[in-house]
Structures are given as C-alpha cells and as structure tokens.
Design a protein around this ligand. Structure first.
Ligand SMILES: [Zn+2]
Ligand SMILES: [Zn+2]
Length: 230
C-alpha cells in the first residue's frame, strides 16, 4: 500500500491517494480542494482511480470532489448514508461557519452543488482497492455519518476527524455529540492493536498504542482534570 498525503485548504486537511502497488488501483480519500496536484499525481503514477471516499461531509474534506470526479468520471463517490444531507449542503456550509458571503470566492469556498454520491457504505462492509481490503466502520460523534477505514494487513486505520494525534474531533458542529464520539473511538478504533498506524484528517500520523497511552481524551487525564485546566 502506498499513501500520498496532500495538505489542503486553510484548515490543513490531509487529502490522501491510497493505492495498491501490484494493481495500481487507487482511491482518493477526502479531496479537500480543487487541486491539480492530486490529479497530476494520479496520472504520473498511471493509477486507476476506483473511488473517491469521503470520511465525512465537512467542506474541508469534500471541496475537491467535483474537480477530481470531473477528471476521473469512472470513480465511484462513496460515503455513509447518514452523511448525505451534510455532503449536499456544501454550497451553504461556509456561511454556516460564519464566513462572509462576499469573501467566499476569495477563499475558494464559493462551492457549487457537489456530484451525486454513487454508493453508500455501512458499518462492517469491505471496500476493495486492488489487493487492498478496507473495513468500513461507522463512527458517529463528529458528524452523523462519519466513517473510518481499516486495512488489517497493512495495520493502518484512516480516522478522518474522529481521532487525531493527542486529540479528538470537534463536537460542537451540527450532528456532533461528545459522548457518541468517545464511544465510537473506544469501540471502533481503540479496539485495534497498539501497532496500528493512525492516519488522521488533520495533523501528523500516530499509532493506536501512543493514543491509548497519551491521548488525554481517551485515558482518564481529561476526565480527572476537568475544570482544573488553566
Ligand atoms: Zn470535520
Ligand atoms: Zn476536518
């Protein structure tokens, strides 16, 4: 498995091209913006883009879906059904975040309607990309239909905005819920062995072991110190 990361948007989102070396089958996870860098990488490596997979529907993860799909129209667009409403709200998301209408074009956030989701995936389903096999886990809490992808053989989990190195996703946006997110992370992600690599939607990679030990939201540090942080 080869993973190429592109840091995109003012939110420093990690867009990834994940591909199978043996077959050159590829998927693009969370195309954040209309970036010719991404499509050039696919062409230069002669990859066959099978799918655009969306961990969730926030604008920094889906803003480039139209652009990539126009260049590779055979690629499926894959998300969880509970995320469809958020995905299709792309043109109004920046306004809901409080960005002024007259600045959207300057920020590159004057989005048109995104292309149709062509396939919904549910918890437990397997996504094949060449010889790679990704198990889908539904992890609500940051958004309603957030998914993570696990490649057992490669000991890798792509966690989107559920779990970050030393932190967790925000829960103050519509559809977010703190207790639900902690439960998703504990049952669907931290059940993996310590030596799994965690590739996050923002920031550096980490491991399950490191997060089990040091993530203050997952050990008892945050709970025990609640109200005592300065
Ligand atoms: Zn998000
Ligand atoms: Zn994000």
């Amino acid at each position: 498995m080869i993973v190429k990361t592109f840091v995109q948007t003012p939110f420093q989102q990690n867009t990834r091209i994940v591909w199978c070396e043996a077959t050159k089958a590829a998927m693009c996870i969370d195309p954040g913006e209309a970036s010719p860098q991404i499509t050039a990488y696919i062409r230069e490596n002669e990859l066959e883009l099978k799918a655009i997979v969306l961990t969730h529907g926030h604008l920094d993860h889906i803003g480039g879906t139209s652009f990539v799909h126009e260049e590779f129209p055979n690629a499926e667009i894959i998300a969880h059904e509970d995320e469809a409403e958020l995905y299709y709200s792309l043109p109004t998301q920046a306004l809901l975040l409080g960005m002024p209408q007259q600045q959207l074009a300057t920020l590159g956030m004057d989005y048109a309607d995104p292309p149709k989701i062509t396939r919904f995936v549910a918890d437990g389903e397997t996504l094949k990309v060449g010889d790679l096999r990704f198990t889908i886990r539904h992890c609500p809490g940051h958004t309603l239909g957030h998914i993570v992808l696990i490649e057992e053989g490669e000991k890798t989990v792509l966690t989107g905005d559920c779990l970050f190195s030393g932190s967790i996703g925000r829960t103050d946006f519509p559809g977010g819920d703190y207790a639900t997110l902690i439960d998703s992370i504990q049952t669907k992600i931290m059940s993996l062995p310590d030596d799994f690599t965690v590739m996050c939607g923002h920031g550096p990679d980490t491991t399950i072991g490191r997060e089990r030990l040091a993530n203050p939201f997952l050990n008892d540090t945050y709970k025990n110190a609640r109200g005592r942080f300065v």
